[in-house]
Design a protein around this ligand. Structure first.
Ligand code: ADP
Ligand code: MG
Length: 323
């Protein structure tokens, strides 16, 4: 069973950034308003995520570390309209099978919390802990028992860049949640959690960039688009400054990215790309997130209709600005 979890970990947990992603998505699924991410040595020493979410009931703590023990999906029907970030019940058992994990959690109405310590898939301690609503999970010694995987990690700078990228995307996708990100005792990022996307953009890409963004809004019968795109003059040398979220889940989709760029028609210089943060609200039945365990790529129904709406919305907004 530890072996099955280690195999699953090969797909879900590739590097410290994957741990940050999975833990923060769990915090988001638990309705957190505040999420603090504390990382030492680019996550090679430790990754800790503290949230103020729902917490886990005492009797469910051990279960959460069992494979496919998700609390989020109860029927096959649910699988086709996933609302939560997680649904496979793979992340915690995978992480715990290849690292050292200490989790402390409590729910609102409990007068006592629970602490569990698991290492390499073996539960070492479970005991009562002080009640403080939310969950505090710390992961150390990543890949201590799978040295081959440890070898594949890149330099601390590269691993930190990947963590920073995922933290940025998660904060952009969830402007109503207050994030903080601390590395080696230094705070690298903080968002207010006041649902002001422009402020989050400014915090990540700089205040000047924040000011050169245009709010966009568009909708049809199936989709509602909201976000900020840069003026044609504010461009970057890569597409990675385009963030697309579906129902506030960060996703990647080549056609949607292309549609955003096409919204600029010929106003961009060759090799230059806009900065953009776009959320698309849609009925979850229109999107299949069950394509890959890491869940970043999605398959869309009515993709053409959406790409058309997206480029039209941007095109119109930019032409208004240029009048
Ligand atoms: P999934 O997210 O796919 O359900 P995970 O392995 O990531 O699977 O988590 C297992 C379960 O542990 C979740 O379904 C949830 O019930 C619980 N859980 C994990 N992290 C948290 C958290 N931060 N707050 C509340 N519950 C959590
Ligand atoms: Mg999860």
């Amino acid at each position: 069973n530890v072996l099955a979890n280690q195999i699953a970990a090969g797909e879900v947990i590739e590097r410290p950034a994957s741990i940050v992603k999975e833990l923060v998505e769990n915090s988001l699924d638990a309705h957190s308003h505040r999420i603090d991410i504390i990382v030492e040595n680019a996550g090679l020493d430790s990754v800790r995520v503290i949230d103020d979410g729902d917490g886990i009931a005492k009797e469910d703590v051990a279960v959460a570390f069992r494979r496919h023990a998700t609390s989020k999906i109860s029927s096959q029907h649910d699988l086709f309209k996933v609302q939560t970030m997680g649904f496979r019940g793979e992340a915690l058992p995978s992480i715990a099978s290849v690292a050292d994990v200490t989790l402390t959690t409590a729910q609102a109405e409990q007068n006592e919390g629970t602490m569990i310590h698991i290492r390499g898939g073996k539960t070492l301690v479970t005991k009562p802990a002080p009640a403080r609503q939310g969950t505090d999970i710390k992961v150390t010694d990543l890949f201590f028992n799978t040295p081959a995987r440890l070898k594949y990690l890149k330099s601390p700078q590269t691993e930190l860049a990947r963590i920073t990228d995922i933290v940025n995307r998660l904060a952009l996708a969830n402007p109503a949640v207050a994030f903080s990100f601390t590395h080696n005792g230094r705070e690298l990022f903080r968002s207010a959690g006041n649902d002001n996307l422009q402020q989050v953009v400014a915090a990540i890409y700089g205040v000047k960039a924040g000011r050169k963004m245009l709010a966009i809004q568009g909708e049809d019968n199936d989709f509602r688009i909201n976000g900020y795109v840069s003026l044609p003059e504010l461009t970057r040398a890569s597409r990675q400054y385009i963030t697309i979220t579906i129902n506030h889940r960060y996703i990647r989709n080549f056609e949607l990215t292309k549609a955003i760029i096409q919204g600029y028609e010929s106003k961009l210089m060759v090799g230059r790309y806009p900065l953009a943060v776009v959320n698309i609200d849609l009925d979850p039945v229109l999107v299949d997130v069950n394509v890959h365990p890491a869940k970043r790529e999605v398959r869309l129904s009515k993709e053409q209709q959406l790409t058309h709406l997206l480029s039209q919305t941007i095109r119109k907004r930019i032409s208004v600005e240029n009048l």
